[in-house]
Design a protein around this ligand. Sequence first.
Ligand code: AMP
Length: 427
Amino acid sequence: MNILLLGSGGREHALAWKLASSTLTDRLFCAPGNAGIAQEAECVALDITDHAAVIAFCKANTIDFVVVGPEGPLVAGVVDDLEAAGLKTFGPTKSAARLEGSKGFTKDLCRANAIPTAAYERFTSAEPAKAYVRRQGMPIVIKADGLAAGKGVVIPEGMPEAEAAIDMMFGGGLGQAGAEVVIEEFLVGEEASFFALCDGETAIPLASAQDHKRVGEGDTGPNTGGMGAYSPAPVMTPEMTARTMNEIVVPTLRAMKAMGAPFKGVLFAGLMITKEGPKLIEYNVRFGDPETQVLMLRLMSDFLPALIASRDGQLKSFDLRWYPDAALTVVMAAKGYPGDYERGSAIEGLEEAAQVQGVEIFHAGTKAVGGRITANGGRVLNVSAQGKSVSEAQTRAYQAIDRIRWPKGFCRRDIGWQAVKRETSAG
Ligand code: AMP
């Protein structure tokens, strides 16, 4: 089969690495890709927001199956357009992608189906929103309804910050994404990411993961797209996984099907594991980044048949095998990220680093310039490793990082600290 993967980050490099090893794959293309993906796939300079151009490429290159990485094209309806042109595509339609594209849509779906989530209200103007925050008091969470590239959630310290966030959102600070606002209860517990592969009716759980969103060690400082992740997440015990499937994922699939928008693709539930059990923080309708990097390292089975079964509605009798080993990934970012950063600095030592046992280096934002790898984004590399435990995976990832020579880059040195602490105290 000829496969086209859409996207250019570390998530897509991990998917490309896995798809390239499939027995079904003849040619693997990636648009637009990056310097690391180019080692696994033929990169094509396509504008993936231009659906007609994607369709023309697929026809010209006899593409049999398309896999969509990022949420932007999904919410914009790339799956609808490709399928209408006769191209088999993995991922949700535009109406199913509302689970990520509109927080208000998802909250209403939870309320109507008794899916555990934070109590909330939806607002379309500032004054009622402020009045609600005043009545509820702190702590509280203010969210823009639409896609805001990780900038749409504010947990204010006090009323002035809450009012400023509400004014910013309704004032157009996040564009159309802030035209509606959801205000919700602050949940207390431990967060986990949970992934399920869905075919419109059936969901099969993938693995769980935990990520580190804050830029600084000890989980401090501004939020980022994610500075590292590990799998499995210790809080996701078999009981918690069963409850998440029964109380959250399965009722969501049932409700989506009932409203004529069956969900196919990967459903990524951001969870808070509270005293009462798992509660949904939010849905994403695609693979997590950097969680996918650790999931792909742990996956034993050929993944492509599973993605095809998801698209074809054939997951019912499907089974995926996982290695019992843990995996961990550390993000190396350009200095200054998540604020302003430079592009173009040279990165050396990648080959030596990749020789550390169990290590796989995925590129998140790189470009090859005259035979050298250079930084071409905020998050640049995902240094990933397998190990018998999270501690062993962590040791290997940092051994590899210590072989990378990139003075303009940085990483957190404590990725996985909660799991390592648990493992150490368990003896
Ligand atoms: P989201 O983009 O909805 O995943 O939110 C980003 C982050 O904000 C989450 O990973 C949580 O750390 C935090 N957050 C979002 N909603 C809540 C909530 N209701 N209670 C506590 N923390 C939250």
